[in-house]
Ligand binder design. Sequence first.
Ligand SMILES: Nc1ncnc2c1ncn2[C@@H]1O[C@H](COP(=O)(O)OP(=O)(O)O)[C@@H](O)[C@H]1O
Ligand SMILES: [Mg+2]
Length: 377
Amino acid sequence: MTQKPRRAVLVLDGDSPNALNVARALGLAGAWRVHVLRPGAVWRARIDWSRHVASHRIARSGVATPGYIEEVVRAAERVGAEVIFPLSEGTALRCLEARERLEHVARLIPLAAPDRFRCAIDKGSFSEFLSAHGLPQPRTVVHRSGAALPPIPPDFAFPAIMKPARGEYGRGITRSETRAELDRALRGLGADASFVVQEFVEGTDFDCSIVARDGRLLAWTMQEETMPDGRAFAPAAVTRFVEDGPTLAMIERLVAALEWSGLAHIDMRRSRRTGEVLLLEVNARPWGSLLGSVEAGVNFPDLACRAALGLALPEVRRRAVDFHKHGWSVQGLRAWLRRNPGDGPPRASQFAHCLGDPVPEVLTWAFDRLRGKRRPA
Ligand SMILES: Nc1ncnc2c1ncn2[C@@H]1O[C@H](COP(=O)(O)OP(=O)(O)O)[C@@H](O)[C@H]1O
Ligand SMILES: [Mg+2]
């Protein structure tokens, strides 16, 4: 059997938290040769050792500096890249500014227009956008840096949650049980902080991953938390990939209103009291449960690269699956050992993907031991 030649993709931000997931997903698709460009702040990144990575190099210029785009162009030319795939939101915005220059050598994965992109990734402007379009969200008060502290309405329900406008991975989020506690937390913030205060929604996390083009969904997966993580505001330990018609209709409205193009992972919350699904935020980048989406039948990085080149997209066959997020760790091993349930949907785990491409985690673990650092890979 003759194998189709693989097309080269240049992945930027090889040091970002979900870079290895992207390399693994592209490797599993079997159609791509993955080359990586990453900042040189660390002497090694896990992705460098992935069996799915054909080459990696270090960018000398910071993403915000004038030299960065020329480095990307040179790297893309050197490896014959047909697609350029920025992973972090900051790099995606930088690539959008320089789209014309980059697209002389290779196609960018689909990305939303810069104003839409900025609106979606800032929790304050996103909340205002949702209000303007009548889309559901928890009750929210938006504060912008430099402005006076926002008045919290007398009927605002507690507990309340305060989130930095441009935070990620639950960083900087605080929960206040009472108005007095919230007032104290607000006074503790610097004048240049931008944040949102939201009513806390008792319930479960419910997320939707998408790839879209010009405001139309090309593919999606949806997942509901079935086992929370022990740490506050962290992604669920186990999620079940599901289908939910009304939520999908709401996501279609959001994607159309944003005129979205590209990948996104949309965080939502299902209220235990009302059953309603409320929008929390848009992550305009690959996400932690990306390989769970692959297990559920949608290989988003593959679709993004295909869409960039105008290639036909494979038909999506979604399946229900329980995905366990722990990789190279005791919890991951435990989940993997229990991978054949007697009941319920099939189980899949991040750990299984580590076993299929073991060197990144094993070497990271070994180096961290040598340096006396204790950190799960
Ligand atoms: N209004 C809220 N009610 C209940 N839980 C929330 C609320 N906002 C955020 N959370 C919890 O905190 C997590 C992180 O919040 P999110 O808005 O996604 O910010 P981040 O950018 O830090 O991921 C969510 O996945 C959810 O579990
Ligand atoms: Mg989130």
